[in-house]
Write a protein that binds this ligand. Structure first.
Ligand code: AHG
Ligand code: MN
Ligand code: MN
Ligand code: MN
Length: 329
């Protein structure tokens, strides 16, 4: 009975979190609160995204982050919004963000570490195309109240206890997993609430969409070029928004593969392991999909630094396996 209530379409996010918190291994109330804090911050960011053109929120700030990206006003603002919400919530001891060079100390009594891409797809802000937020949540390894250790920060993707993303698209959605499948919630702006709209999301095992920035094809590894040729021979559909969250979400619903290989411009790949790839890899696997750098499962990659990059192949299981069979890396 209770699982039927928990998974029925239209359940409000807060109620869903409460109904399902007995699945969490420990500190269930705290992880629930943390998920609520993320949802709240995403509503604030959503509001700002929606009126960006009206309140001087477009354009660059003139600075670069550690990754070398030109920071947009919304990158900085979204980072502030999420950091503030998580600081107030008190469940997080350390925050790793694309927009911060080192991790940020929050409440040292907090039991969780969070990695976040506050605003994904910044190049699409000014042209009114879908953007997102990506988050990974870890249990800290050291006891609460003691100094943060490198082992708290540099955890592998397989250590995630929850992860997900927010898509600010034609509607705003929150999609997340706590390791028991993936659920998607749609934001109802007049009520200010997320409601369950996509219970127990499954990524189709096969697909016909491939998503890659083909303008960089001349420097793709040979196996990637070969895989793209295979996609064309099959007359698959090419779709590339340029916002990872949006590209991933479409492929998750329709079936497809997203590829960002090593290129001449980004020899290690462009996407960041800790706050882009790990979360989406966790979601993908929980939905029956697959995520790899061509050599290792994304979730098994050893994390050596906060802003570490990786090649990223994610999506429908059979498509990723086909690409792997050609020797992508
Ligand atoms: P961010 O906006 O968080 O820096 O991420 C940019 C990423 C990702 O959103 C997108 O899929 C990818 O960069 C696009 O890169 P290209 O423009 O090189 O295709
Ligand atoms: Mn960026
Ligand atoms: Mn990003
Ligand atoms: Mn970003």
């Amino acid at each position: 009975e209770s699982s039927r209530i928990a998974h029925s379409i239209g359940t409000a996010l807060d109620r869903f979190i409460k109904n399902n918190q007995d699945q969490f291994a420990y500190a269930s109330g705290e992880l629930s609160q943390l998920l609520r804090d993320i949802a709240l911050a995403s509503k604030v960011v959503n509001r700002e995204v929606n009126k960006a053109g009206l309140i001087d929120l477009m354009g660059a700030v003139g600075s670069q982050n550690l990754a070398g990206d030109d920071q947009q006003k919304l990158d900085v603002l979204a980072n502030i919004r999420f950091t503030r919400a998580l600081a107030k919530g008190g469940e997080v001891c350390a925050l790793i963000s694309e927009e911060s060079d080192t991790y940020v100390d929050l409440n040292n009594e907090g039991k969780y570490v969070i990695a976040i891409d506050p605003l994904d797809g910044s190049s699409n802000i000014d042209v009114n195309v879908s953007i997102g937020t990506i988050f990974s949540i870890y249990r800290r390894k050291s006891p609460a109240g003691t100094p943060i250790q490198p082992t708290d920060i540099l955890q592998k993707g397989s250590d995630q206890v929850a992860a997900g993303y927010v898509l600010y698209g034609s509607s705003t959605m929150l999609v997340y997993t706590t390791g028991h499948g993936v659920n998607g919630f749609t934001y109802e702006p007049t009520l200010g609430e997320y409601f369950l709209s996509h219970p127990q999301l499954k990524m189709p095992e096969d697909g016909k969409i491939y998503s890659i920035n083909e303008g960089l094809a001349n420097s793709f590894p040979a196996a990637v070029q070969e895989y793209i040729k295979y996609c064309k021979d099959c007359q698959y559909t090419a779709r590339y928004i340029g916002s990872l969250v949006a590209d991933f979400h479409r492929n998750m619903l329709k079936g497809g593969i997203y590829i960002y290989p090593a290129t001449a411009k980004s020899p290690q790949g462009k996407l960041r392991l800790m706050y882009e790839c790990n979360a989406l890899a966790f979601v993908a696997e929980q939905a029956g999909g697959r995520a790899t750098n061509g050599k290792d499962r994304i979730l098994d990659i050893e994390v050596k630094e906060l802003h570490q990059r990786t090649a990223f192949y994610v999506g429908s299981k059979n498509m990723v396996e086909k690409a792997e069979s050609l020797g992508i890396h």
